[in-house]
Design a protein around this ligand. Sequence first.
Ligand SMILES: C[S@@+](CC[C@H](N)C(=O)[O-])C[C@H]1O[C@@H](n2cnc3c(N)ncnc32)[C@H](O)[C@@H]1O
Length: 263
Amino acid sequence: MNSPYTKQETYIKEFSPIDYFNTYYAPGKGLLFGEWTDFVLKNLHETFTSGVKGDLLIDFGAGPTIYHLLSACEVFNNIITSDFLEQNRAQLEKWLRKDPDALDWTHIVKYVCELESNSDNLERKEEILRRKVTKVLKCDALAKKPYDPVPMPEADCLISCLCLEAPCRDLEDFTNTLKKFQELLEPGGHIIIQSVLNCTFYYVGNKWFSCLFLTKDDLEKAFKEAGYEIVKVKVTPRNDKSRMDISDYDSFYFVHARKPKNQ
Ligand SMILES: C[S@@+](CC[C@H](N)C(=O)[O-])C[C@H]1O[C@@H](n2cnc3c(N)ncnc32)[C@H](O)[C@@H]1O
C-alpha cells in the first residue's frame, strides 16, 4: 500500500510556523502543550542533569521551536540549531534577537525553570539559551550530508524532536538518516530522538502533512541497524484522544543512544 507522502515542495509552500505554534504549543489550546511537553521536557531535564553534557550540541529539525533546548543550554557551551525551512529558521532568528514579533515561549520556559527548581529566573534562562545558540543552519534529512555545504564539527550530542517522521518516507529512510547522524557525532557521542508512534498525519492550521508510521519495534530495529548502542527507550501512551482529527499518534517515544566509542 502506498501511503500519501507530503513532498518537500509542499513543506516549502504550505508549512506556516505561526499556524504550527498555534495548533500545537499555544498555552491552553495547543495539542502538544501538556502531554507531549511534559514527556519531552522531563526526559531532557533528567538526561541533562544526569551526566550528559559537553561542548557542542546539534539540534536537528527544530521547526520554529526552542522548547527542547531549555535544559540542554545549561550543560553545553555551544548549540547549533537547524531546520529545513527558511520560514522556520526566520522564526528562530526572531526569538534569538528578541524581536517583538517573536513566538512567545514564556509558558514553556516557566515550566522548565520549575523542573529545575528555579522558577523566578525566566529571563536568565532565556538569556543563557540565546547566548549558547551560535548558529541557525539549514538541514535536510534526505540529503547525503544533511548540512552540506557547511562543514560540521563533531558534536557531543545530537537531539531531534518530532522531525524525522516528516521527511522520511519509510523505515529505510529513517534508518539511513540515523546512519548519517553518526558522522555528526564524536565517538561515544549521544543521540536523543523524541517523537510520536503509530501516527499517519498531522495538521498545521488547515494544511494536512503526512507522518511516517513507526512502531516501537521499528524504532529499536532502526537504531540497531544504524549502529548505535541503545541506552534507554521510553514509550508513553497518549491519554487525551479528544483531538485525533488534528493528529492520530497514539504514543510518545524517547530514545537515548550512543555512537560506539571505537568508531
Ligand atoms: C512536526 S514539525 C517539528 C518541529 C519541532 N521540531 C517540534 O518539536 O515541534 C516537522 C519538521 O520537519 C521539518 N522537515 C521537513 N522536511 C525536512 C527535511 N527534509 N529535513 C529536515 N527537516 C525537515 C519541517 O521543516 C518541520 O520543522
